[in-house]
Ligand binder design. Structure first.
Ligand SMILES: [Zn+2]
Ligand SMILES: [Zn+2]
Length: 348
């Protein structure tokens, strides 16, 4: 099969012919119909993720059809249209038994713990626990765009952030995660403030439901501006980018007893960000992480998509070919373009 492969961290990946994958006893092989490009792929390529073993095929936001099943798989058969959350739980450990597959102790992550979906085929382990059936009306590109940023935002806003109608929600960073969060929080009835560095992304954030925007490049005091708009601070705030500045602002712009959710990755030099801990104590702030979402939680999200309350297709930006993926991956740290780029053409 054709796959995007890199042999060294930071060296240009190339489209190459590699052996077709075979399913593990509890896994499937999926014919990839669409796979999203994500900044996490860029981090993996740069060597920021200890799970990545060279040589490596990235890609973790995928949708496609089941091509082959392992002998232990009971719920899926050839031809099923499926997607998976980017964190697949083993289904047997303590965390999985408590319903928290997103923090499984033996998690399977395509494109990180194994070769991923920038390829014609991808092998996915723990299939019975993690595969999600796609409704007929959901196209593959939109389905692929759900697997990482959209589901993580859904969990961040709904399950971790516990956003209620009428609350103020601040979203720092308007890439794929931030725009998803804005759409989801707005659908939950919250008033969303979008914060970013470019007017273009803020205009798009308004289209996704933001009622106010702050350009952090123009505003010397993001925290003060959010406090002013919300008359006392956001009830819930999210760092969707992952940087010391956005993490700090997202915590510091909360009202008393507010909830911060960190979704943007903090790796490398950013791994130890400064937290206004005095404010966390005095105002009883809550700080959460959000890391993917369990496959069984897709049901509620899919219902909101089916009824039109959520429209993830609006976040799908460019469609690319597999041959265009290496250049696009290497450019992922430059934050160009709106929405989520998806590879949908695999043969040349
Ligand atoms: Zn991703
Ligand atoms: Zn587990």
């Amino acid at each position: 099969m054709k796959a995007v492969l890199f042999e060294q961290f930071g060296q240009p990946p190339r489209v190459q012919n590699v052996p077709d994958p075979t399913p593990a006893p509890d896994g499937v092989v999926i014919k990839v119909e669409a796979t999203g490009l994500c900044r996490s792929d860029w981090h993996g390529w740069m060597g920021h993720d200890p799970d990545v073993v060279l040589p490596h095929v990235p890609g973790h936001e995928l949708a496609g059809t089941v091509l082959a099943t392992g002998r232990q798989v009971t719920r899926w058969k050839k031809g099923d249209r499926v997607t998976v959350p980017f964190v697949g739980g083993c289904g047997h450990c303590h965390e999985c038994n408590s319903g928290n597959h997103q923090v499984c102790e033996q998690q399977f992550q395509p494109g990180f713990t194994a070769w991923g979906s920038f390829a014609e085929y991808v092998a996915v382990d723990y299939a019975d626990t993690n595969l999600v059936a796609l409704p007929e009306e959901l196209d593959f590109a939109t389905a692929a765009s759900l697997g990482c940023r959209f589901v993580t935002s859904f969990r961040a806003i709904v399950d971790q952030g516990r956003v209620k109608p009428g609350e103020w929600v601040a979203v720092h960073g308007c890439g794929g995660v931030g725009l998803s969060a804005i759409m989801i929080a707005s659908a939950m009835g919250a008033n969303v403030i979008a914060i970013d560095l470019t007017d273009e992304k803020l205009a798009f954030a308004r289209e996704m439901g933001a009622v106010a925007t702050v350009n952090a490049r123009d505003s010397a005091d993001v925290i003060g501006t959010v406090n002013e708009i919300t008359e006392g601070g956001a009830h819930m705030s999210m760092d969707a980018l992952g940087s010391p500045a956005t993490c700090y602002n997202s915590i510091a712009n909360l009202r008393r007893r507010g909830r911060h959710v960190q979704v943007g990755l903090m790796v490398g030099d950013h791994a130890r960000a400064i937290v206004p801990m005095a404010q966390v104590i005095a105002h009883e702030l809550e700080i959460y992480g959000s890391h993917g979402m369990q496959a069984f939680r897709y049901q509620d999200m899919m219902a909101m998509i089916r009824t039109g309350k959520l429209a993830p297709q609006k976040l799908v930006g460019k469609h690319l070919s597999l041959d265009e993926a290496p250049a696009a991956l290497m450019a992922m740290d430059r934050f160009e373009g709106l929405g989520i780029s998806v590879v949908t053409r695999f043969s040349s």
